[in-house]
Design a protein around this ligand. Sequence first.
Ligand code: AN0
Ligand code: CP
Length: 320
Amino acid sequence: MKKFLHVQDIGPLSSALQEAAEIKKDRFAHDTLGKNKTLLMIFFNNSLRTRLSTQKAAMNLGMNVIVLDVNAGAWKLETERGVIMDGDKSEHLLEAIPVMGSYCDIIGIRSFAGLTDRSYDYEETVFNQFVQYSGRPVFAMETATVHPLQAFADLITIEEHKTKARPKVVLTWAPHPKALPQAVPNSFAEWMNAADVDLVITHPEGYELDPQFVGDARVEYNQMKALEGADFVYAKNWSCPGVTNPSDYGKVLSKEMSWTIDAAHMAVTDNGKFMHCLPVRRGMIVTDDVIEAPTSLVIPEAANREISAQVVIKRILETL
Ligand code: AN0
Ligand code: CP
């Protein structure tokens, strides 16, 4: 695997899930596979889970790990071509990328959407520059439009907790004070479409996700109706994807607090399990009682980030 961005990059999900289960049983079974190999994790944005779980996964495989926080100590990077660099940016990404590639064997990259230029974000400009110029396999640790390590961990979690062959999974928008990317709901929808689940997506009008991610999912604008009989409730805020109205791209169109997941929402589900990728804002996305209930999966879900990362890094190591 030379790049990891979309669900197709990992191949058949059944074998990826089987590998995840094996790694979970013995996460040190391949602890020499990464000997003398270096993972470089590059963060343009904050992280708790991705940073810790991905580093841990690489260490389980015997790798060396370097972490670079671009905005904390590195030179400010210019990303556009053809500009006269007379401002505060000291270095161009097009030099920085091959330099970084020269110090490592695999690159993980976190670079969120700017949420101002839809084409720049949805063409995955930054990620693709790393693929093109680093000379290394590159995997997404949340890029402009996708967060596949999260979606893979979510799928592992659903596999572990499902009580029906084909569970009903509801992806629901919930309110948040700031504009957030669409990467998490995009990847969640993409991976659930590829898995054997009944996927329903619910959000206020104007928050339609890009059709390439919605796939075959049912979109239901009435949140309570969508949640009826749900086995899994996957809450997430996202800003306007700009599908119906491109000029609204990246905007907060609603802070409707009736969409916050509380006990009344969970009551219409089929003893539904609550999921969220974290970090989560209590009182906005979900109430304390729902996230603290035994039916909340947020902690095992986060723990599975180590497993999803380990499957991905292992597969990349095997093709070096
Ligand atoms: C980010 C997002 O919504 O994409 C990261 C989630 C994993 N969340 C925040 O910035 C709060
Ligand atoms: N879920 C997730 O990716 O969390 P971090 O932003 O803390 O890495």
